[in-house]
Design a protein around this ligand. Structure first.
Ligand code: SAM
Length: 230
């Protein structure tokens, strides 16, 4: 049932709890702190109640100490992917050119740009909504976002110059997409999740193309799911 306006903070908690939100108090606090009007709060509660990921409802996600702007329909950056950023910074602390392929919201590129003062940062994604978010998230650091299929999106002048190449690609095997939580299945694009029959379709293409774009000594960092052996 929609939240009637006006309402008390405890009514927000109750509405979220009734919708099955396990962390109703925490979510209510974030919604109340983010919404600018009671109507906006009610709208956020309604969207959360029908299952949208909290970060898409809020319009932002926390990632590596940054508040990353997020649109509905764009992959929610996972906190566990902060590890990839830390690994990239450890491997190439002085990198001057960074590319984040399959960038989604641009969270990885923004985190790297924030940490690598003055680095030239490019992010790319095939999805226009993701590129819009990445553009907003990178602009504060002078970074750029491009739209297109993997390396096709990048300016040719980056060839052979990339010190850090990150790529959190879609890696869920097609047959396992149905096993993902509803929040992902129903509210994140299939193209952000489905990695083909063995989950490696996109990653194979990223790995095959990397040597042409990396600088000597540059590195490619990625993420992959590992299935326990039966
Ligand atoms: C798992 S999400 C990761 C997003 C972001 N890197 C993050 O960690 O939050 C994968 C992203 O890859 C993008 N993608 C899928 N296939 C692509 C392709 N062929 N070229 C560029 N981007 C692609 C999707 O649109 C999605 O945004």
């Amino acid at each position: 049932m929609p939240l009637p306006v006006p309402f008390s903070p405890s009514a927000v908690v109750s509405a979220l709890r009734a919708a099955g939100c396990v962390f109703a108090e925490d979510e209510a606090e974030l919604i109340l702190a983010t919404a600018r009007t009671p109507e906006e709060t009610a709208g956020m509660v309604d969207r959360r109640a029908v299952g949208l990921p909290l970060e898409q409802v809020l319009g932002w996600a926390e990632f590596h100490g940054l508040r990353v702007t997020l649109e509905p329909g764009v992959f929610v950056p996972r906190r566990r992917t902060e590890f990839l950023v830390d690994q990239a910074l450890a491997a190439a602390p002085d990198a001057t050119v960074v590319v984040d392929l399959c960038c989604g919201s641009g969270a990885l590129g923004a985190a790297l740009a924030a940490a690598l003062d003055g680095a030239e940062v490019h992010a790319a994604d095939i999805d226009p909504a993701a590129v819009r978010c990445a553009h907003r998230n990178l602009a504060a650091f002078g970074g750029r976002a491009h739209q297109g299929d993997l390396y096709d999106a990048l300016p040719a002048g980056l060839r052979g110059r990339v010190g850090v190449l990150t790529a959190n690609v879609p890696y869920v095997p097609t047959a396992e997409v149905a096993l993902l939580p509803a929040e992902a299945r129903e509210h994140e694009p299939l193209a952000a999740l489905d990695g083909g029959a063995d989950g490696l379709d996109v990653l194979r293409r990223v790995a095959a193309g990397a040597p042409g774009w990396l600088a000597p000594g540059g590195c490619l960092l990625t993420v992959i799911g590992v299935r326990p052996r039966a």
